[in-house]
Ligand binder design. Structure first.
Ligand code: ZN
Length: 261
């Protein structure tokens, strides 16, 4: 079952509203009433599934409440669920180890000041080149194959490597994070050339942006680049190039974490 948020609508609840508003003697309404009867008699069915999913999303609701809900009350239920979802998403972003690039970010607005948005269509999802869009999204969500994430996994013949020992495969001077790879590492000539070319284009288009080397918090600087709409295609293309360069070199794995049989 899918519960999809679209604007302020929760699709499965809107579907229930649609069914319950069908005229008498329609198959849709008859099927919905059968589903309610089934749920009331304690039998499993899609209404019970809805309750399970809603409760898993944090909404305090009982099956009886869902069974007896009137069409006019469903928008209120949608609003309650939306609040629960926002809280759950914000909580996950605040506490997740992969989500640091998503914290405290300001979403650019057309014709007004940036503001914090939990859910919206992000500008980086409109990058035209699919491979570039995917690469940047992976960086933002921590779903890339750089050592900081990859070595957090255990494998058949390797134990998990502690965070501070997941060192860059090129320079071995810092943890191999997206911000190190994209903005700091000088251990690969290809990487340095790609970064120099990228930043030159960024500075040309946005001369008001601070120079990368003057910022000590590289994760914060990367966040700023990701939030910049005019240069987002450049940033996505660069993210793709960086992951490509890293993907061609073997990852550095300290020998002591291999499991010998
Ligand atoms: Zn490095």
């Amino acid at each position: 079952m899918y519960i999809v948020i679209s604007g302020n609508r929760v699709v499965v609840l809107r579907y229930m509203e649609y069914l319950s508003r069908r005229p008498d003697r329609t198959y849709a309404l008859a099927a919905y009433r059968e589903a309610v009867l089934l749920a009331r008699s304690g039998k499993q069915g899609w209404l019970m599934d809805v309750v399970i999913v809603l409760r898993a999303l944090g909404l305090d609701i009982q099956l009886d409440e869902l069974n007896t809900v009137t069409p006019d009350a469903i928008p209120t239920l949608q609003s309650r669920l939306r609040v629960c979802l926002m809280d759950a998403i914000n909580g996950a972003i605040e506490t997740g180890h992969k989500t640091y690039l998503l914290r405290d970010r300001w979403e650019p607005q057309m014709g007004s000041r940036p503001r914090q948005e939990t859910m919206c269509l992000r500008h980086y999802l409109q990058v035209q080149t699919t491979a570039h869009r995917r690469a940047l999204t992976r960086v933002i969500l921590g779903c890339h194959l750089l050592a900081v994430e990859r070595l957090a996994w255990t494998e058949r013949y390797r134990r998990q490597v502690p965070h501070d020992e997941r060192l860059c495969r090129f320079c071995r001077h810092a943890v191999e994070t997206p911000e190190h790879a994209m903005l700091r590492c000088t251990g690969s000539q290809d990487l340095v050339e790609a970064r120099t070319e990228y930043l030159a284009k960024v500075y040309l288009g946005r001369p008001d942006l601070p120079i990368a080397s003057t910022i000590t918090d590289s994760a914060r600087y990367l966040q700023m680049l990701i939030c910049d709409v005019p240069t987002i295609d450049l940033t996505a293309s660069f993210a793709h190039r960086v992951l490509e360069i890293y993907g061609k070199a073997p990852m550095y794995i300290p020998a002591e974490y291999f499991v010998r049989s």
